[in-house]
Design a protein around this ligand. Structure first.
Ligand code: ADP
Ligand code: MG
Length: 426
């Protein structure tokens, strides 16, 4: 009989991850949602090798996730290893592990998503975080008064459990707060309407992508966004769009170039993991590096970074990131990984102004540029880009070079030569 240590529950479809897990154990239980089935083309042949495949409409449905939990419980499946790698399955996956008996703290997985609970727990462990105030009801004057009474402006306002900088904006003064909040449109991506306000932290914005087995990272990669993610679009809007696209994307900081930063990040990361109860997981941590070098916690997710981050990690590690994650999460160890290039980064190409896309660089054209390692067109001709948030992904270009000078030159060349053209939309 197989032991529970061989059992893995995977939330959502990813071929490389599921195939890798199936190489190690037949006890893979897969849960797909309607989006997977309708848009992601799951490989039903491969899935025949899984112990069971469940289908839910969406992971946010308590009823559907509870039914899956009940069936798994009847089969004697434990919730010790639930792998969820997208933002939209995180609450469902956490609820599932809680139901299947994994957590002594039923709020644990909520603290991986809700920015208030997350920050409260991290700050209680002595880690620096931006000063923040919850805004559970933006029509309640007392909630607004709590923000203006406590925080220094500018502040950043965002959904409590958002993602991708969607519905996130800067408010420059206390007077601006009420009008901005009352003008808010509902955000289709998220169900909760609760918001959080935070003091704006000035500094370089880092993202740290890691895979953990207890206190030890199986890999840990520190990168920096070219510019604060929120500022990319706010800067563009302020400049009346079209006067030039600020650089969007990020670059990996080479460990050899910055050993002290890596050590400092590792120390903070371990403290964050302990504060939140993160153990065997893949993580995407965001930090601000203040001008004096101090690190301020921004947020963490127990999943891979979105957009181009997975492809960037594939380049750094020299192996498909989903295979690496599957192997690391299952075995608690990794075979050798080593990328070909010391300097790796990603550029996101978006048009200089909102509109309907009329042309995009072809993948061949992008790959023909020396140093471009991967190129991915996410949008297509005819897609409308309205600049409503920074995660309207168009084209990802993954770069890899041997020297820092070549890297900077390549980033500039890609920004200059590869463009996404649009026409106005009525
Ligand atoms: N307190 C803050 N100070 C400065 N910039 C912030 C702050 N909070 C958020 N931002 C900017 O907004 C972006 C989105 O916020 P974040 O908390 O990462 O939410 P999410 O990624 O879940 O949408 C960040 O990447 C950062 O650029
Ligand atoms: Mg973020």
């Amino acid at each position: 009989m197989n032991s529970t240590a061989d059992q893995v529950i995977v939330c959502k479809w990813n071929r490389d991850l599921i195939a890798t897990l199936l190489e190690h154990t037949p006890e893979v239980y897969v849960i797909l949602d309607d989006f997977d089935v309708e848009h992601m083309g799951p490989d039903w042949e491969l899935l025949k090798g899984a112990a069971k495949v469940y289908r839910v409409g969406e992971f946010d449905s308590l009823e559907e996730v509870a039914s899956v939990a009940a069936d798994l419980a009847l089969r004697g499946v434990s919730g010790d290893r639930v792998v969820s790698f997208t933002e939209f399955s995180q609450y469902g996956a956490g609820y599932l592990s809680t139901l299947l008996g994994d957590s002594a703290d039923p709020l644990r997985h909520v603290a991986f998503r809700d920015k208030r609970l997350m920050k409260q727990r991290v700050a209680a462990a002595g880690i620096a975080v931006a000063d923040w105030v919850g805004l559970p009801d933006r029509s309640d004057e007392r909630d607004l008064a709590a923000v203006t009474g406590r925080l220094e402006f500018p502040v950043v306002v965002k959904p409590v459990a958002g993602a991708g900088t969607i519905g996130t904006f800067t408010v420059r003064s206390a007077e601006e707060l009420a009008p901005r909040l009352s003008a808010l449109d509902p955000i289709p991506f998220f169900k909760s309407r609760q918001l959080i306000a935070e003091e704006f932290v000035v500094g370089r914005e880092l993202h740290v992508d890691a895979l953990w087995d207890g206190d030890e990272p199986l890999f840990l990669v520190v990168s920096a966004y070219f510019v604060n993610v929120l500022s990319v679009l706010e800067g563009l809007k302020d400049s009346k769009a079209g006067t030039g696209t600020p650089l969007d994307g990020s670059y990996v900081i080479s460990r050899e170039d910055a050993p002290d930063l890596y050590q400092q990040v590792l120390d903070v990361h371990r403290d964050v993991n302990r504060a939140l109860g993160i153990d065997r997981a893949v993580t995407h941590l965001e930090l601000f590096e203040k001008p004096d070098g101090r690190l301020v916690f921004s947020e963490i997710a127990t999943r891979l970074g979105g957009a181009y981050v997975g492809s960037m990690l594939t380049e750094v590690l020299g192996r498909d990131i989903f295979q690496v994650v599957g192997e690391g999460l299952f075995l608690g160890s990794l075979r050798e990984t080593s990328g070909k290039h010391r300097y790796v980064g990603a550029v996101h190409l978006r048009p200089a102004r909102p509109g309907r896309i009329t042309s995009l660089p072809s993948e061949e054209e992008m790959l023909a540029i020396e140093g471009v390692q991967q190129a991915q067109r996410v949008a297509r001709v005819g897609s409308v880009v309205d600049f409503s948030h920074p995660s309207e992904w168009c084209v990802f270009v993954i770069l890899g070079t041997d020297t820092a000078e070549e890297f900077d030159a390549l980033v500039a060349r890609v920004g200059r030569e590869l463009t996404v053209e649009v026409e106005p939309v009525d």
